[in-house]
Design a protein around this ligand. Structure first.
Ligand code: IVH
Length: 666
């Protein structure tokens, strides 16, 4: 039977996933895995009545932009009290002993430094995944969590409660964090400061296929519900491990305080060899009935505490503070330090982030400062040793003028950073704009790397993005390091860029806050550059996802005469300055103001095509059904969850042919 075949394949693939991602012990080759996955994909496509959102084929995510719906937690997600010394751990132990007045065990576990998640399972299947949010309610990130291979989508084993919740930490392993940052560096995107931010940022991406491409991992550490398999925390987690969850082996039941201290001591150094970030140990009372007896305070449970490892710290002298101007004019203060060794590397500089941080530290030149390297790539200054403040120098006052061009700096409401507003004359900004303009996702001009741009700028051959189109082979070839052939290649690539579509040109201009997605939205609404130039605040803020801040930035950009001139020159050189005729003709606003969820399989267009059709007709895609959904574009075999939700909210289903009539494709 086809149904059995599908089920067998799903079971085999789930098992293979479990062995690979949870146990780190692969049982079949990648080739074999891919073959079975393809087989399953084909069977599911041809027999869509057996669709299951928890099938191993659904782990690849989707590129439909999702909006996250807020969901209330059944049990609030409170956090733990932090302790930093063995003395405080002893206090916790004594407090617990006094309150219980009977024998008790403690479980020590590592404290994983990622982002917390709550997973709800019903009848052995993953139903919902919710972020911590404010502790009372969080975001429904189920679609993204489904792509995490170490999270089981369906469970197998004994004593699985009909419904339960399991909490854990989603992490981006160090190796993946490094890979991601290297990739972002190449694409000139801002780097993640630490794996925790990277994991949290990834989990909130709207496009779940990008989430799938970043290899998130998850450790589970707390089970909640009514009919749990055991009476102790430890045994519950061991059961969870057998059902398919990744539960750490770095866990110990301790009978006395000495065993707890041994655990702390061992893992303080052993954790450095783990593939993921940890920042402490969580100590929990093992018996669930004792946990219940101890109860909660307003902020945290009385039955558990977190012991935080001391971040590696050094003390050194602050020699001076310098200020760097970034490509978009952001000013970053940097502390220049007396060199000091910290976790095996010599540290000479530390980021000071922004003016508020300098003010809060009350920094003075010559201060002895504490430098820490806690899971961050760039060390930071965490405090001043004021006991050593003798003969101290001047108080550090954040600069008021740009160190490169002397313009008066500005600070936007609600933002921590200072900016240099002199976009068109401040050297690092001019060069930055040019580098952004030629980058791969913008105009994709090969051969104009940072060094060449610097050289061309210094030789006064490039002063703005329009100058690129005046460059001659001769100009380039006579510069150091560039031969005739590479010069010709660059010129060819520049010529080629004249056919880059209008939406990428708008992105390439480097208007502050206008990224790729916003550029696309602006272009679809204001089909030519002339229309965009004339657009008012009111018209701009009507565009989906364009708020006051972006709108103001667009208006400011075009109000600047120099930008106006640059654009006129770009027009003369023949760059694309309007949406192609085909795209314009294909565009209507019949779906304006509508939020549409696509569900099921279709025969006339693919789901991705429908997604684009919706956007072209002024509608908005969303991946989850909510009260805001205008209608569901329903295909064959809609997901049962979506169907249920749609019915309960009374949301209309519109089928394929009907939909094509609405947008008059029929
Ligand atoms: S137990 C009510 N165990 O640390 C107790 N938390 O400040 C629930 N964390 O919110 C948490 N590793 O995000 C627990 N082994 C572990 C943990 C852990 C990391 C995180 C979690 C929690 C926060 C506590």
């Amino acid at each position: 039977m086809i149904k059995d075949e599908i089920q067998n394949l799903r079971r085999e693939l789930n098992e293979a996933n479990y062995n690979y991602y949870v146990l780190n012990a692969p049982t079949i080759s990648d080739l074999e895995f891919d073959k079975k996955l393809k087989e399953l994909e084909t069977l599911e496509r041809e027999n869509s009545q057996f669709f299951d959102a928890n099938s191993p084929t659904q782990r690849i995510g989707s590129d439909i932009n999702q909006q996250f719906i807020q969901v209330a937690h059944q049990y609030p997600m409170i956090s733990l009290a932090n302790t930093y010394s063995e003395g405080e751990v002893t206090d916790f132990y004594n407090r617990t002993q006094r309150a219980l007045n009977q024998d008790f065990e403690l479980v020590c576990e590592l404290k994983y430094d990622g982002t917390a998640i709550s997973l709800i399972y019903e009848n052995g299947s993953l139903i919902t995944a919710i972020t911590r949010g404010d502790g009372e309610k969080g975001d429904d990130v189920t679609a993204n969590v489904r792509t995490i291979k170490s999270i089981p989508l369906s469970l197998h084993g004994k004593k699985i409660p009909e419904k339960f919740e399991i909490r854990g930490e989603i992490l981006l392993p160090w190796a993946e964090f490094d890979r991601l940052n290297r990739e972002r560096e190449l694409q000139e995107e801002p780097l993640f400061a630490n794996p925790r931010n990277a994991a949290a940022g990834t989990l909130k991406l709207q496009n779940s296929s990008i989430v799938a491409s970043r290899k998130l991992d998850a450790y589970l550490y707390y089970m909640l519900g009514e009919n749990l398999p055991a009476q102790t925390h430890y045994e519950n987690l061991q059961a969870a491990k057998l059902w398919g969850f990744k539960v750490s082996d770095a866990m110990k039941v301790c009978k006395n305080l000495q065993e707890v201290f041994d655990f702390l001591k061992y893992w303080d150094s052993a954790r450095k060899n783990l593939p993921v970030a940890t920042d402490g140990v969580v100590i929990k009372v093992n018996s669930i009935s004792q946990q219940n007896f101890l109860g909660l305070t307003a902020k945290s449970p009385r039955w558990a505490i977190a012991y935080k490892f001391q971040a590696e710290r050094a003390v050194t002298r602050l020699n001076s503070v310098s200020y760097q101007v970034g490509r978009t004019g952001t000013i970053t203060p940097v502390a220049n330090l007396e060199p000091v060794v910290l976790s095996g590397t010599t540290v000479k500089r530390a980021s000071l982030h922004n003016a508020d941080i300098i003010e809060n530290l009350d920094l003075h030149i010559g201060d002895m400062v504490f430098v820490e390297k806690g899971g961050e790539i760039i060390p930071k200054i965490t405090g001043v040793d004021s006991s050593q403040r003798i003969n101290v120098g001047q108080k550090v006052i954040f600069i008021s003028n740009c160190p490169e061009c002397n313009s008066l700096l500005i600070r936007y409401d609600g933002e921590a950073a200072h900016y240099c507003p002199n976009e068109n004359h401040c050297p690092p900004q001019i060069k930055g704009k040019i580098e952004h303009f030629v980058s791969r996702r913008a105009m994709n001009i090969d051969g104009l790397g940072e060094e060449t741009v610097n050289l061309l700028y210094d030789n006064k051959l490039l002063n703005n993005i329009a100058d690129i189109y005046e460059l001659k082979v001769y100009d380039l070839a006579r510069l150091e390091r560039l031969g005739n052939k590479s010069a010709q290649n660059i010129i060819n690539s520049i010529e080629h860029s004249k056919s880059v579509p209008y939406q990428r040109v708008v992105f390439a201009l480097g208007i502050r806050f206008v990224g790729e997605t916003t550029a696309k939205k602006l272009v679809n609404t204001f089909v030519s550059i002339e229309n965009l130039e004339k657009a008012t605040m009111e018209e701009l803020t009507k565009v989906d996802e364009v708020g006051e801040r972006i709108a103001q930035s667009v208006v400011n950009y075009f109000a600047d005469n120099q930008n106006f001139e640059i654009i006129n020159r770009l027009k003369l050189y023949g760059l694309q300055m309007m949406l192609s005729v085909e795209k314009q003709q294909a565009k209507t606003d019949v779906l304006a103001g509508k939020t549409i969820v696509i569900s099921g399989t279709f025969s006339r267009h693919s789901r991705d095509e429908y997604k684009e059709i919706i956007e072209r007709n002024g509608g908005k895609n969303s991946s989850s059904v909510s009260a805001k959904t205008s209608f569901i574009l329903a295909g064959e075999n809609m997901g049962p969850e979506k169907l249920k939700k749609a019915q309960s909210l009374g949301i209309q289903l519109i089928y394929e042919t009907e939909f094509l009539k609405i947008i008059s494709e029929e």
